[in-house]
Unconditional design. Structure first.
Lengths: 429, 429
């Protein structure tokens, strides 16, 4: 059987991993799927830079890779959303299947790219874009294809999960845990995409696309990272029986409305998601038939990402060989919208900093009561005469707009010492 | 688009679930895959019995279902290994893809069936045969296709896991936990397939087939169920920091040798597998690229099984529509053999019942030492003057044959009061 020709655009850490892992994987793909892959062209920003294992001389011009007649599948590994979109469009225009690990491209430019690919009937494969070593998109797209999805949640940024694990296990504060993550290579020098939740939100948007055929408008997805999380809140959460994780939530809310968000979230310490530690990722979902399913594994790193890229390449190659059309890009969510900010209903953790004086608790509890927000537990450490003491509430389900009103009212009180800290609580299935 | 015709052979609990779930699933399959399914013939043992929702009049003769020209895919849901094999062979002979939930058929008769299907190039789909609601075969077959599998382990019998969970949580003994499982419908009246580990071994054999292209000769797979597990051992395990699960293990051992077994096994209480409770299933594996991956979900029940059957039906229908060949049945393991009994190397938990007298510990420790088996911990509850007391050892890795020799030597000692209880220990990745 002839090998299928691959063109690689971008060859950084992920691309080099793919090149390194290809020979052994090729043996397995040949045996298991009856296909073989061959890298036939590579474009990189600096072709003069020395690279190991590359089977061809790289070039600077990616257009020549996409248009190379011996290239049948284009692998885009540039990252970013500008040049990568041009590459993707060129592949689609050339009728060549695209394989990518680029979550930003799909989440931020998918609305432009996906209709083009659908119209041209060119498949796009992007298993590597979410939770690298865990084949969760394949599970949504095929394994659970007969299910209505009642909701998804995920720990889908390994950097944040590493930092939160350090904070929980050692009581360290955010900045020293971030420093450790950087020293170990788990966090980039520019930590914003990871730590501020953008990367997790990209992946949440892609999970939403797979689950509901609806790609949410990215700027409207509420995102909160972990930069402002204090060791104090991690400790209070633990005392209440919860762990704090950067959780992505995708959930249908009534007809044609979906809630998508990323935020540091309290989850029950006994839930399996809470024992996902370090750089590991996990995605949980509930199907109407399957019931709750959880996938756990490595979300990043060149090998885990290679696992996903090579599976996509094997599938793409098999479809080319069979002359079958390949997977359909998700659709059907044309009428779906994100819920309005404030309409989100959920449980919250709120920490106030208040003057240590009699009657404080009653006053604040009264304000929650006026907004019809139930209190499920309260934590009030002894003040030891300090001027300001924390007062922590774990609340029953409430509309976010009602919660904000209550919090604004508390913050107007003379006894209030500092802005309230609000965190989401998810009890999970 | 024309619908794809389904013929159902067998319509018990699982078949009725499929029939009930088909209409809603059809809407999703149409939207997501562009295929529609239609049940066009049904064979049951007693066609006179009243059944709900069946779109066609059932017949007794399954041959007429398989040969019905409007039936394009045969769904075998009879169970067992005799008539089901005939059905499967007839489907293959008719060139019609087979979808089945029948793990016994594949594990015990796969050696006969699979070569026929390979020769006829007829695909067999069996996602529903292992861990119902968890698409783990799809993950092995496609999502992780580029990985060498360094090992798999699983909790793949919900009945046993329910019983073990009750025993662990409530300290109940096996027979009362089994009784509870029967009352809740989690265990069949004939409990042997589940409780004695046969069902889990069927699934382990299928996981081995997927992972290594090698279907182990079923009678040679070592299987131990949970019927003889005592509450005492569950409690000692917990004191040592372990939980006991009925664990299936599939693991390559040197070149062309695989170890496959099912046994009650101590796993670290802190490992995510240990928090798989009740009827839930979990499969963990380590890929050379993906690293450790764990899948958790419902393993049985008509809805979870429907989820898998419908995904397989959707995939089979899509291949028929595309005229593409469908998945290749696993192969390539022709040279692989099971390891010899006794060659297994692993850690063990051993409980002796001994006379409560000075020097016992030294004597037994000496016997382990003579076999070069290290002791990693010992538990010796106070005897309170009883004639016989338990003495528990957690051992370092040892060859099973050496362990058996040591145990035989201890059992010859005058101080030994009862046969030793031996359990496997797996520290897991």
């Amino acid at each position: 059987m002839d090998k299928v020709g691959i063109g690689l655009v971008g060859c950084g850490t992920v691309g080099s991993g793919l090149v390194r892992n290809l020979p052994e994987a090729n043996r397995l793909l040949q045996q298991r799927l009856g296909v073989g892959l061959e890298i036939r062209a590579v474009a990189v920003r600096n072709p003069a830079k020395k690279r190991e294992n590359l089977p061809v001389q790289p070039v600077a011009d990616w257009r020549s890779v996409v248009s190379n007649p011996s290239v049948q599948i284009v692998v885009e590994l540039l990252g970013g959303t500008t040049e990568s979109l041009e590459v993707a469009k060129a592949a689609v225009a050339a009728g060549k299947p695209l394989v990518t690990a680029n979550k930003a491209l799909l989440a931020e430019r998918g609305a432009e790219l996906i209709p083009l690919a659908q119209k041209a009937r060119v498949p796009i494969y992007f298993e590597a874009s979410v939770a690298g070593g865990i084949p969760v998109l394949k599970a949504l797209r095929e394994g659970l294809v007969a299910n209505q999805l009642l909701g998804l949640h995920g720990i889908i940024n390994g950097t944040c999960n590493y930092i939160l694990s350090r904070m929980a296990e050692e009581g360290s504060d955010f900045s020293s845990a971030l420093q450790q993550a950087k020293e170990l290579g788990y966090a980039e020098a520019d930590d914003r995409l990871d730590v501020d939740g953008i990367d997790a939100a990209h992946k949440a948007a892609i999970l939403c696309l797979l689950a509901y055929g609806f790609l949410p408008p990215f700027p409207k997805v509420p995102v909160e990272g972990i930069r402002n999380l204090s060791a104090q809140d991690v400790s209070f959460a633990r005392q209440l029986g919860y762990a704090i994780k950067l959780l992505a939530v995708v959930r249908p809310v009534g007809p044609e409305r979906v809630e998508v968000r990323v935020s540091p979230t309290l989850i029950p310490a006994r839930h399996p998601m809470a024992s996902v530690h370090g750089v590991f990722n996990a995605v949980g979902l509930v199907g109407n038939l399957s019931g709750p399913v959880q996938f756990t594994g490595r979300g990043a790193g060149p090998d885990a990402t290679s696992s996903a890229l090579l599976a996509d390449l094997g599938e793409a190659a098999r479809h080319l060989q069979d002359k079958s059309p390949g997977p359909v890009l998700p659709s059907g969510g044309e009428k779906i919208r994100l819920i309005e900010p404030g309409d989100s209903v959920g449980r919250f953790y709120v920490r106030f900093e208040v003057r240590d004086q009699p009657g404080v608790l009653a006053q604040i509890a009264g304000i929650f009561g006026a907004e019809k927000i139930g209190i499920s537990s309260v934590l009030q450490p002894e003040g030891h005469g300090a001027d300001s003491v924390p007062l922590v509430f774990l609340l029953e389900a409430a509309r976010e707009s009602a919660l904000q009103k209550a919090i604004a009212a508390v913050q107007k009180l003379a006894l209030n010492r500092a802005p309230a800290r609000v965190l989401r609580v998810e009890d999970l299935a």
